[in-house]
Design a protein. Sequence first.
Length: 203
Amino acid sequence: MLDRTRLVLRATARPLGLFSFLLLVPYWAHADIVRSVDQNGVVTLRNTSSGRRSSPARATSGPDARTTGHPAIDRYRSIVDRAASLYQIPRALILAVISVESGFDPRAVSPADARGLMQLMPATAERMQVSDIFDARQNIYGGTRYLRILANLFNGDLTLTLAGYNAGEAAILRYGGVPPYRETREYVTKVVSTYRRYQAVGY
């Protein structure tokens, strides 16, 4: 059964093209939840505990940073930090997507022709204004921007956001939810598991 964790979204004042900057706040278990409501009636939930559940996840290619003391994470952390701040996507989620998608291999190419750290399809890369799909900075920014767009589209639903990243937003809209693709369902489970693990160790 897929994890139905939701991400609470809070709009901010600065627009990003056609999309607004939004804040994602994870709120799953083993936590003390602080709830606040601003003057516009927008509810924000904040997790005050670092405890997280975790389970193994497998990268699709390349060395897995989790088993090598995180050197790959350190290599790309400054880029990820800037992308996370710009698009208001949790750093640990970006790192989890990179880990599962490419195993932190910037030259990874899938059988379906997805490329680079965040395994962007060429058409998606073009949509995200990525001119060099194998450039680590451009790939991370493009992938993170796509996560932001999907999170906006699916009202902060983490499962649908990740399923859309894997299968494309059109598949989510066509099926009215996560499509019945084994690969997509396994992908969502792996990314969420890795996301939780990275949060637990401070990423």
